[in-house]
Every structure is written in structure tokens, then in C-alpha cells.
Design a protein around this ligand. Structure first.
Ligand code: NAD
Length: 289
């Protein structure tokens, strides 16, 4: 299949390379020359603009920084430029309202479109093991699934337009809050004189068990290998966690939902990144507790 790929950064670079490996012809575009060069080395055909990249394609995939850029790329460079039956797939993490607006504009121009944000970081993007949460019609999802299968291991239909973004930010709000709760719990356990490995052995088999502890323990040397064992480098940057918490707060405000734990997590990650820790893994917030 001929697929245009727009946004070849940390995530998009590996995803485009996996589409090539899956046998697709990938027509790639990014504003950054280094990203274009890397895509070329991965076997993509590269172009000098998005309108050129989308010529004659059957699908367009994008992995861009934020909603403002996604809206501008789709409304100026993709809708009306890509052939009309092309399927549009935005994998960026953006706000629900913008995702719905862009999908409405695509639908009005008779394109099928899905929002398909991912769970999993750069390593999963490179390895082709991402989880995709997909919002859009049944028809659009059925068309998107075989393409997404080439870049991930799990592809789930979350609901209609914007539902993928909604699922992503709800998941990450829970992750941010549960990480902070896990960090402060280990600090308290330490102050109460508990051996941390022993406490881990107990809590991971008791009702306090959660992913932030048993898959991503913020305490070095406890639990499986995690960024804590690597000086809190790699993994999921705190600036990206803050971005997702801000999107969650925006969505909660629009929906009239009460999210006190999410609000507190946003404040704490705001303070953590403002202190120069934006590139530190999000479990590194334990250092402030
Ligand atoms: P990145 O900054 O590395 O890549 C974004 C790319 O988009 C850059 O190469 C940039 O040059 C390009 N770009 C920006 N504006 C453009 C335009 N108008 N036209 C074409 N290209 C343009 O970011 P990333 O880490 O790859 O993240 C991309 C998206 O994935 C974000 O929405 C992020 O929230 C989401 N995400 C990232 C991770 C992660 O671990 N990095 C995990 C899950 C989701």
C-alpha cells in the first residue's frame, strides 16, 4: 500500500520504518532535515512538503507534537490534497476537542479518519510493539487496523471520533496519579523502617498492587528493571506526562468531571518539570518526595 507519513520524530521515525518493513511504500515528510534523512535511511521515499507526500496515497499517517499542528497539517495540507478515498490516521496525542474537529472536517470532505494515539514509548515505536487506542467509525477502524498492526502489537477500537484520545488521557491521568501514590508510599515505608524489597514483595501480592509498582518500580534495585535503575533516564519523559495531564484537565473541565487526584498530579509534575526535570523519566518524581 502507498502510505504518506507526516512527522518522523522520536516516535514517527520508528513507526514509518516498521511500515516499510511490513511491505508498504512510505512517502515521508517532516519539517526537520535530520528526521527526513533518517527516514530515507529506513527505506522511506522522502518529499519536500506534506502536499507532495500525500499525492496518490491510499492512507496518511501522522505523528505530530500537538493539536494545533495536527489541525493545521490536516486542514491545509492533507484534506483536499490526498486522493478522496484515502484513509487518514492521526497517531499524535492531542486534545479530544481538536481530534473531533479534524475528524469532522475530514468526514465533510468524504474521507474516513481515525484518531489512534499510542501507549508505549520510543522503544516500542522502534520495535513495532505499540498499543493503539482508536476512535472512529466501524468502517474507518476496519480500514485502519491492518496498517496499525504493522506498527503495534495491540489495536483496540475505543469508540467514535475522539474516543482514542479520551482513552489515552484517562489512562495517563491514572498512571500519573498512581505513580505519585506509589512513590510516596515507598518513601513512607522507608521512614517506618521497612525493608523496601520486603515491602515490595508484600504490596505486589496485596491490594496495593499496581502497574507503577510491579512493572515500573520507582525505587532503584526493587522490582523489574526500570528507568529507576538507570538514573531515571530513558522511559517516559516527565514533560510528556505533564502534557497528557494538561490534556486530561482540559477534557475534565469541558466534560464537567471532578478529578482532584488528577489535578494534584498535574500540579506536582508541573513543579517537577519547572525545576529542570522535563527530560527525566516520570518515576523520577520520587526524588522530590
Ligand atoms: P518529536 O518532537 O520527536 O517528533 C515530532 C516531529 O514532528 C518532529 O520531527 C517535527 O519536526 C515534526 N513536525 C512538527 N511540525 C510539523 C509539520 N507541520 N509538518 C511535518 N512535521 C512536523 O515528538 P515525539 O516524541 O515523536 O512525539 C510525537 C507524538 O507522540 C506526540 O503527540 C507525543 O505526545 C506522542 N507520544 C510520544 C511518546 C514518547 O515517548 N515520545 C509516547 C507516546 C505518545
Amino acid at each position: 500500500m502507498q502510505i504518506a507519513f507526516i512527522g518522523l520524530g522520536n516516535m514517527g521515525g520508528g513507526m514509518a520504518a516498521n511500515l516499510v518493513k511490513a511491505g508498504h511504500t512510505v512517502r515521508a515528510f517532516d519539517l526537520a532535515e535530520a528526521a527526513i534523512e533518517h527516514a530515507r535511511e529506513s527505506g522511506c521515499d522522502t518529499f519536500g512538503s506534506a502536499p507532495e507526500a500525500v499525492q496518490g496515497v491510499e492512507a496518511v499517517v501522522s505523528m505530530l507534537p500537538n493539536g494545533r499542528i495536527v489541525e493545521s497539517v490536516y486542514t491545509s495540507d492533507v484534506i483536499g490534497r490526498a486522493p478522496e478515498p484515502a484513509l487518514l490516521i492521526d497517531c499524535s496525542t492531542i486534545d479530544v476537542a481538536t481530534a473531533k474537529r479534524v475528524e469532522d472536517a475530514a468526514k465533510a470532505a468524504r474521507y474516513d479518519m481515525v484518531d489512534a494515539p499510542v501507549s508505549g514509548g520510543i522503544a516500542a515505536a522502534n520495535a513495532g510493539t505499540l498499543t493503539f487506542m482508536v476512535g472512529g467509525s466501524d468502517t474507518a477502524f476496519a480500514r485502519a487496523k491492518p496498517i496499525l498492526d504493522g506498527m503495534g502489537k495491540t489495536v483496540i477500537h475505543a469508540g467514535g471520533a475522539g474516543a482514542g484520545q479520551a482513552a489515552k488521557i484517562c489512562n495517563n491521568m491514572l498512571l500519573g496519579a498512581s505513580m505519585i501514590a506509589t512513590c510516596e508510599t515507598f518513601r513512607l515505608a522507608e521512614k517506618l523502617g521497612l525493608d523496601l524489597q520486603t515491602f515490595y514483595d508484600i504490596a505486589s501480592k496485596a491490594s496495593g498492587q499496581n502497574w507503577s509498582m510491579t512493572s515500573y518500580c520507582p525505587v532503584p534495585g526493587v522490582g523489574p528493571q526500570s528507568p529507576a535503575d538507570n538514573g531515571y533516564q530513558g522511559g517516559f519523559a516527565s514533560a510528556l506526562m505533564l502534557k497528557d495531564l494538561k490534556l486530561a484537565m482540559e477534557a475534565a473541565h469541558d466534560a464537567g468531571a471532578t478529578v482532584p487526584m488528577g489535578e494534584l498530579a498535574e500540579k506536582l509534575y508541573e513543579r517537577f518539570t519547572a525545576a529542570g526535570n522535563g527530560t527525566v523519566d516520570f518515576s523520577g518524581i520520587i526524588r522530590t518526595l
